[in-house]
Design a protein around this ligand. Structure first.
Ligand code: ADP
Length: 255
């Protein structure tokens, strides 16, 4: 199968008055359609930088990136980005927050409105459509933020620590919930997280980055022999600990 996203020897440095910070060094990988991949690595190694480059917010210093075989720069509208903070505006209702991306890109059509309503219903937020974001729980807010991202039918979802603003208990349920919604939607997803348990419970593959400048130190394929392969069931499966320890070792230089 042809990859959806392909990165070929991507490098990037920040230039500031204090000098140069090399953030990424020769990053190459490909994502198959429908695959859920997590990127883990030490704090400050370059994970967010990697997502910003794929989102088209910055340009790589060298290397190439393609989506469906075409240069990524021609395709950036096919990418949805979900961040740590849900960025829901309190002065807009949930429904109007969900339409925001479509409004900005001038795409509010009757079909888009109907799709927004269908997604709200599908993901259990219909009765909150005309509520303010502050009336929603942390989990419901993340669902709303995901619906806003899914509304424009991105082919690739970028998730930058989307659960890290939530408290631990909420985070477990919300990450499982959002992970399952993404699976059901069949989207290709690239998740950046510092939470190894989250990476193991949600993804098909885990890319482990080295310290800055980040290069790929390992790639693990994650498979569970579960009848019902859900994030929660994974957390309770015997393989979970094995994967966790394997990544932990990679991150700590195989000590
Ligand atoms: P991570 O997401 O893995 O924590 P980042 O991608 O945010 O790491 O940052 C990688 C490195 O690049 C860090 O050392 C950080 O200090 C540096 N960096 C990030 N953003 C900037 C910037 N705007 N200007 C200069 N250096 C930056």
């Amino acid at each position: 199968m042809n990859p959806l996203l392909e990165l070929n020897q991507i490098s990037y440095s920040y230039h500031t008055p204090d000098g140069e910070t090399k953030a990424l060094s020769d990053i190459s990988f490909a994502l198959a359609p429908g695959e859920f991949t997590a990127v883990v690595g030490p704090s400050g190694c370059g994970k967010s930088t990697l997502l910003s480059l794929i989102a088209g917010l910055m340009k790589p210093e060298s290397g190439s990136m393609t989506l469906n075989g075409k240069p990524l720069t021609d395709n950036s509208d096919k990418i949805g980005y979900m961040l740590q903070h849900d960025h829901l505006f309190e002065w807009r209702t949930v429904y109007r927050n969900i339409l925001l991306g479509a409004e900005i890109s001038g795409k509010v059509t009757p079909e888009i409105r109907a799709r927004a309503e269908a997604l709200l219903k599908q993901y259990g937020l219909k009765q909150f459509a005309h509520s303010k974001p502050s009336e929603l729980s942390g989990g419901m807010r993340q669902r709303a933020a995901l619906i806003r991202t899914l509304l424009l039918e991105p082919e690739l979802l970028l998730l930058d620590e989307p659960f890290s603003a939530l408290d631990y208990q909420t985070r477990l349920t919300v990450s499982d919930d959002i992970g399952q919604i993404i699976r059901q939607s069949g989207k290709t997803a690239l998740l950046v997280t510092h939470d190894l348990s989250e990476a193991v419970s949600l993804s098909d593959r885990i890319i482990v980055l080295s310290r800055r400048p980040a290069s790929i130190s390992a790639v693990l394929t994650v498979t569970f022999s579960l009848e019902k392969d859900t994030p929660l069931n994974r957390r309770n499966a015997p393989e979970f600990k094995t994967y966790f320890n394997q990544i932990w070792k990679e991150l700590n230089g195989n000590e």
